[in-house]
Design a protein around this ligand. Structure first.
Ligand SMILES: Nc1ncnc2c1ncn2[C@@H]1O[C@H](COP(=O)(O)OP(=O)(O)OP(=O)(O)O)[C@@H](O)[C@H]1O
Ligand SMILES: [Mg+2]
Length: 500
């Protein structure tokens, strides 16, 4: 039995369950353990050595046998062995390695790393709930519940939402593992606090979400062409970056553009520039004619500034589901730049103009929009947000099922991570290489996670946390389709019609 001393010096007299002992050589941040029972990955343990009261997490778990070894090649030998072992005799050993998370320090929820390793023979206990709650279930306005500890379902996991705004967040996992559910949960919690989220919804899966007492504002993805800058229009018209004369002709026309039929005026202006810019103006004109139909789906002169369509305190969903990738890229990029501008204006004008409060932007399918290989418009705008967002209160959540396709610069600047199951070795290695908070031993755990189970890393948690994320029942779309169910319905309708 051991006791845990609280801040005011009172002993809690907790009866701890002994799990095993430290063995072999240990380091201040990791140690090996021989246990009485199998160790569960992600399980939290507690030790006391010198004056440190230390929390640790199981990172490797091995069960083996000194008797039933792999040198036995005949299963009948194993059968004979099992029969001859006396009742109650130990056939197995359980060992593992533990990651030392830090020492509990008075009433603070922050852990600090002891500079000394645990000596061999140190008793290792199951971590008491009170100690876990102190670290994982912090109170305060900025802490939001996103689930429970995976191995201690009655200990809440509360993360620091302010850190998402200041250091951004990456939600990475293979498909169907619960990324969008976590997005919906975070957006719901932010709205419960009165905060604003904007989700760029490429698959149209959030529009039907209806959490109680929360406004869900579905926005049509249209932009006013007069609010586009040269770079944005040039991209939409597919004008290469090095086509200087084409861009000059386009610039002159855009700068002189006023209200009215945008495409008609642009074409007329470009025709007038053929004299000065020759074939360059003609090429831009050809592009306008070629892309006009496609662009009219997203550009409309009657649309107000997109900033006016944001509802503060709501979950804003920009439904991109009907758009082609290039169109969606233009829309997301424009939103990102406008939101950043509007937040800057607010900060610089001391709140008299612009968007008056911090917000969180979510980019789903980020490996497409913020791709490592292609120079998308969104990648550039996202870079500015990741770099400057902190100062102006804009948090970016980057969601991807193909992390190896993500731009490494942006990935390396995400200060918080929620990583669900990832099996592909290239994805694992890419994440380990570019994301600072993740280490090799964590990468090895990723294939062992199930749906909705996440490793949380970075500043939004006090220590690496393996959590079971809450399911958002109000967001039902996005799950796997039960094809057999639909087929059986069609089948019974057909047999009925045929009078069978
Ligand atoms: N925390 C959770 N607890 C229980 N079930 C969950 C959880 N998260 C997700 N699921 C289940 O898994 C399904 C898929 O989840 P979700 O759509 O969030 O996955 P995803 O990672 O976004 O997939 P995709 O890569 O296809 O976008 C959900 O419909 C839900 O049934
Ligand atoms: Mg999803």
């Amino acid at each position: 039995m051991t006791t845990l001393q609280t801040e005011n010096g009172k002993n809690l007299n907790l009866q701890f369950d002994i799990v095993g002992y430290i063995v072999g050589e240990s380091k201040p941040y990791r140690a090996d353990i021989i246990a009485f029972r199998p160790l569960a990955i992600g399980e939290y343990l507690y030790m006391e050595y010198y004056d440190y009261k230390v929390l640790a997490m199981v990172s490797t778990s091995i069960t083996g046998s000194p008797v039933i070894t792999d040198s036995l090649i005949d299963p009948r030998d194993i059968e004979r062995l099992i029969k001859s072992i006396r009742y109650g005799e130990r056939m197995y050993y359980h060992r593992g390695s533990i990651k030392i998370l830090g020492s509990i320090n008075g009433s603070s929820s922050k852990l600090y790393m002891p500079p000394i390793p645990p000596p061999p023979g140190t008793e290792v206990y199951k971590a008491p709930k009170s100690a876990l709650a102190k670290v994982f279930s912090q109170n305060g306005r900025e802490f939001i519940r996103i689930g429970t500890l995976l191995r201690e379902l009655d200990v809440e996991v509360r993360v620091n939402i302010n850190k998402i705004v200041s250091r951004h967040l990456g939600i990475l996992a293979m498909t169907g593992m619960g990324k969008s559910n976590l997005v919906a949960l975070i957006a719901k919690r932010i709205a419960e606090l009165g905060g604003t989220t904007i989700i760029f919804d490429y698959h149209g899966e959030y529009s039907s979400m209806r959490p109680p007492n929360i406004i869900v504002n579905v926005v049509k993805p249209k932009i006013n062409p007069l609010s586009l800058d040269l770079e944005e229009i040039a991209r939409l018209l597919n004008i290469p970056r090095n086509a200087t004369r084409q861009r000059m002709a386009l610039r002159e026309c855009i700068e002189n553009m006023d209200e009215g039929d945008f495409f008609m005026k642009l074409k007329k202006c470009l025709q007038g520039r053929v004299g000065r810019y020759g074939v360059s103006a003609q090429k831009v004109l050809d592009s306008v004619i070629a892309y006009e139909g496609f662009l009219k789906r997203i550009l409309n002169e009657k649309i107000e500034d997109i900033v006016n369509s944001i509802i503060l305190g709501a979950i804003n969903i920009v439904d991109l589901s009907d758009l082609h990738l290039n169109q969606a890229d233009a829309i997301v990029s424009h939103w990102l730049s406008r939101v950043l501008e509007a937040r800057k204006i607010d900060v610089w004008s001391n709140g008299s103009q612009g968007i008056p409060s911090p917000l969180v932007l979510v980019i789903e399918e980020a490996h497409i929009f913020i791709s490592a290989d292609s120079d998308t418009a969104t990648r550039r705008s996202a870079e500015s947000i990741v770099r400057e967002g902190r100062k102006f209160g804009i948090g970016l959540i980057v969601v991807s099922q193909r992390p190896r396709g993500l731009d490494p610069t942006i990935l390396s600047q995400l200060g918080n991570l929620a990583i669900l199951r990832i099996v592909h070795p290239e994805d694992q290695q890419y994440v380990a290489k570019h994301c600072e908070p993740i280490t090799q031993d964590i990468v090895e755990e990723l294939p062992g996670l199930n749906i909705g189970e996440a490793i949380l890393l970075g500043e939004w948690v006090s220590v690496p946390t393996i959590a079971k994320i809450d399911l958002v029942k109000e967001k039902l779309s996005g799950g796997d389709m039960d094809a057999a169910f639909y087929w059986s319905k069609t089948f019974s309708a057909r047999t009925e019609n045929l009078g069978m």
